[in-house]
Design a protein around this ligand. Structure first.
Ligand code: HEM
Ligand SMILES: Cc1cc2nc3c(=O)[nH]c(=O)nc-3n(C[C@H](O)[C@H](O)[C@H](O)COP(=O)(O)O)c2cc1C
Length: 498
């Protein structure tokens, strides 16, 4: 087949005829524009040009196989890459105009979790920063997550021998030096070129557990392989284990296929996200999408025409856009029956937000619950996980001891971790701080973030007067302020459901 000239490709740079180059092949993606789950605008930005670098940020290479038949037009003439369109005018602006040109701070200057965000903002493309930092609606859920940790105080004991401290915890029998783990976050390819494997590398080196997202840039197997390779480099001395976060696809066969893949790859537990029957309204994402559409002249297209994906059968996008077919709004408690038949390992429900559902999780044979509002990205004014933890302690204490209870959302300090453990949590998930650490410093950032949290935790334990996490008790914290605001059945019209 004759090679295609770059100058020819460059001509097809609009929505009527849109060609892109991926690796050394030319693709006509005109008919795919309106079906792309990530939106048409991002593809049009790449029209007539080599989209390989941008593509790899978001997708495994084998995604090209999912394009409609006959999309591949042939190979590009390698001598004509120079004639392709260079869309410099549309390149991503840095996330913070003020930081442009600023040098990234030395990693040793990151002494708290919040410092990683500042560093990341200096280097992250604006789109990636918006994806990471965005939250639902006015941001009230995210704000509540962060603030509630500071509304609980410790009740320290003094004059105790706190020379040596032990911070070990286990998740479903898998020991870890830490009572915290890395929360699942999608699309890490947009955060660091090394994507999920880079995060895994840092995790393995420090021995921290990690939950891998269904919406990852790399495949389930690639991510597991990267863990095994890093383990090998460390003579298998790292206790790190990977768990899998599961978004339920609408199609059951696909769901089963994914579960089998996850099992075969060796993931140690299935964390089913239950707070996302639909995507929350992430406002900054929406503004960005509108800006992108305007920048490529799509403003005349009605939003719905371009945003509703077609009959796609891919992994979900979690970037503020609904991916049709990938998030099932139809999942119910009854589905746990067939899920259990397909998956014999531990099941955690991620996104439990009230007592009633905690009880149901126990009744339905789950092994764990993760109290979470998805980092404030889903329901506007959802309860913080801390508030839910207090509610569950008050109204269904029977789940403690029978389920492993995790919390996440807004934890930015090792002492926040300790508060959750005092109140009975098994372990806590940390999301954005790890993402920002990865963005700014790659796997070294992941290691550093773990170290920072660990140091804060051990200091807090000593100052609280304990030497082991088994000594953490509810009476070591004063949660009165939150308890005053906690939901109570007597304040609700319908009381019969508890
Ligand atoms: C050419 C074949 C392509 C296919 C088959 C494809 C497919 C998909 C699919 C299935 C998703 C849903 C989420 C996911 O699985 O990650 C998605 C999202 C997305 N895609 Fe593509 N895509 C293609 C090209 C591109 C290119 C060239 C770019 C960038 C220049 C791109 C950027 C994105 C972005 C930004 C998202 C949203 C991710 C998020 O917000 O998390 N895609 N695409
Ligand atoms: C950028 C980003 C992507 C996320 N992607 C997913 C995901 O794919 N699946 C999921 O269940 N939760 C996802 N979450 C939610 C996290 O797992 C976790 O619940 C939340 O980030 C914890 O809050 P924190 O970021 O304040 O620590 C994501 C969160 C962020 C910030």
């Amino acid at each position: 087949m004759a090679l295609i000239d770059g100058a020819e490709v460059a001509k097809h740079n609009n929505k009527k005829s849109c060609w892109i180059v991926l690796q050394d092949r030319v693709y006509d993606i005109t008919s795919f524009l309106s079906k792309h789950p990530g939106g048409a605008a991002i593809l049009l930005k790449q029209s007539g040009s080599d989209a390989t670098t941008e593509f790899k940020k978001y997708h495994p290479l084998d995604y090209v196989n999912d394009l409609p038949p006959r999309s591949c037009l042939g190979a590009i003439d390698p001598n004509t890459f120079g004639s392709l369109t260079r869309r410099k005018d549309l390149e991503d602006r840095p996330s913070s105009e003020a930081n442009t040109g600023q040098k990234i701070p030395h990693i040793s200057l990151c002494v708290s979790c919040l410092d990683f965000e500042k560093a990341a903002k200096a280097v992250m493309p604006r789109k990636s920063y918006i994806y990471a930092s965005t939250s639902a609606n006015t941001g009230a859920s995210l704000k509540g997550n962060i603030e509630d940790w500071e509304r609980i105080n410790f009740r320290p004991r003094v004059m105790r021998n706190v020379g040596d401290v032990n911070t070990q915890r286990s998740i479903f029998g898998h020991n870890s030096p830490y009572p915290f783990y890395i929360s699942p976050m999608g699309t890490l390819g947009a955060i660091h070129p090394g994507a999920e494997p880079e995060m895994v590398k840092g995790a393995v080196r420090k021995g921290i557990h990690m939950v891998v997202s269904t919406a990852s840039t790399k495949t389930t197997e690639q991510i597991m392989r990267s863990m095994v390779e890093e383990q090998k480099r460390m003579n298998y001395a790292s206790p790190t284990r990977l768990f899998f976060q599961f978004y339920m696809p609408v199609n059951r066969e696909r769901a089963v296929e994914l579960m089998h893949m996850v099992k075969k790859a060796g993931y140690k537990g299935l964390w089913i996200t239950v707070d996302t029957p639909v995507l929350g309204k992430r406002e900054s994402d929406r503004v960005l999408q509108a800006e992108e559409a305007l920048s490529v002249g799509l403003e005349k297209q009605s939003t719905s025409e371009w945003e509703v994906g077609g009959e796609n059968a891919f992994a979900p996008a979690m970037g503020g856009r609904v991916v049709s077919g990938q998030l099932s709004p139809h999942t119910t408690w009854g589905d746990l029956k067939w899920i259990r038949r397909e998956w014999d390992g531990p099941i955690v429900l991620k996104g439990i937000q009230c007592t009633e559902d905690a009880k149901l999780a126990l009744e339905h044979g789950c092994q764990g619950i993760l109290l979470s509002n998805h980092g404030g990205r889903q329901l506007h004014t959802a309860p913080s996980s801390l508030m839910t933890l207090l509610e569950i302690r008050t109204y269904c204490p029977e789940v403690f001891g029978k389920l492993e209870i995790f919390v996440d959302g807004g934890l930015r300090d090792g002492s926040d971790v300790l508060k959750a453990l005092c109140l009975g949590a098994t372990a806590v998930g940390v999301g954005r701080p790890y993402l920002y650490a990865l963005a700014a410093y790659g796997s070294q950032g992941v290691e550093r973030c773990t170290h920072v949290l660990y140091e804060e935790l051990t200091t807090a334990m000593r100052l609280l007067g304990i030497t082991s996490l088994n000594q953490a008790r509810p009476e070591m914290v004063n949660a009165s302020r939150l308890l005053n605001e906690m939901w109570r059945p007597e304040n609700t019209a319908a009381r019969s459901h508890l």
